[in-house]
Write a protein that binds this ligand. Structure first.
Ligand code: DGL
Length: 301
């Protein structure tokens, strides 16, 4: 059986790449719902329905685990899928002959767990899609882990910023354009004006690492331009999720033999998209720095 990796589009490739680096032995099946991206401007009902269709599709393709490599889907659909749909998918715990347990995991918790150990000022910025930001998932999860006995106990000041134009720019292949410069600067300026003491910016959308070079450059520029004010500010750390999610999956598999033992170890990866396969393969090849082939499928029919 395989590990399924799902995103609304190309963003999940930033997670897949790290998972394959950390856990190269497993077989992966990537699904990008590019035809219906972006998800981040849709309502809860739509994001939940689209995500569930993708999860059911991947499970039907022999995936033992599905990673929602998408913050928007993790924020809006993961809990309902885990609480309502998975028990039914898993036959309500009744052992059926040939039955194999399935699970669906998200990307927000592994990211949140790293944050308190990284920030020095305790001022943290979350950059995400409008849906992720409005769900308050990051704020709630950070609050939740701060009560755990093992947590680094500290009070965090969280500021969120929705970046509605970043995913459409990336899906359109415009991440290196001047238009992208404009929107990267705009949202960074907004969040750093809301809280100038931020020293840690979380890329709370798996598409955003594709803008990381610009994000680094503009965050630095905005911070330096503010340095002549009376106060001096700490340098900003930008947190991308790939490595954190990959390490967390490795840890999960080490603890859960019931999934690990079901996984096949051919080291392969297949790519599925709901859009044109050639276009997907071309763009994914640039993102992954290695040639890939893709297949086109339909969801929701
Ligand atoms: N990569 C998705 C995320 O992490 C993008 C969501 C979208 O399609 O807007 O949120």
């Amino acid at each position: 059986m395989k590990i399924g990796v799902f995103d609304s589009g190309y963003g999940g490739l930033t997670i897949l790449r790290e998972m394959r680096r950390v856990l190269p032995e497993y077989d992966y099946l990537y699904l990008g719902d590019n035809a219906r991206a972006p998800y981040g401007t849709h309502s809860f009902d739509v994001i939940y329905r689209y995500t569930l269709e993708a999860v059911r599709y991947l499970l039907a393709q022999d995936c033992a685990l599905v990673i929602l490599a998408c913050n928007t889907a993790s924020a809006k659909a993961l809990r309902t899928i885990q609480q309502k749909d998975l028990p039914e998918i898993n036959g309500y715990g009744k052992p059926v002959t040939g039955y194999r347990k399935r699970n669906v995991l998200g990307v927000i918790r592994p990211t949140v767990e790293a944050v308190p150990g990284i920030t020095k000022t305790g001022h943290v910025g979350i950059l995400g899609t409008p849906a992720t930001v409005s769900s308050e998932s990051y704020v709630l999860e950070l609050e939740e882990i701060s009560h755990q006995p093992s947590a680094i106990s500290r009070q965090l000041v969280i500021t969120q910023q929705a970046c509605p134009m970043w995913v459409p720019l990336i899906e359109a292949g415009e991440q290196n354009s001047d238009g992208a410069d404009y929107f990267v600067e705009k949202y960074l300026r907004e969040i750093l004006e809301k809280d100038p003491q931020i020293d840690t910016l979380v890329l709370g959308c798996t598409h955003y690492p594709l803008l990381k070079e610009k994000i680094d450059r503009f965050a630095d520029r905005i911070r330096t331009a503010g340095a002549d004010r009376a106060q001096t500010y700490s340098p900003i750390r930008i947190i991308a999720q790939g490595e954190l999610v990959a390490k967390s999956l490795a840890d999960y598999l080490a603890r859960h033999g019931e999934y690990r033992e079901q996984l096949s170890t051919g080291g392969t990866c297949r790519y599925l998209t709901t859009e044109n396969a050639e276009r997907f393969a071309q763009t994914a090849t640039t993102f992954l720095n290695t040639p890939i082939q893709a297949e086109s499928i339909q969801l929701g029919i």
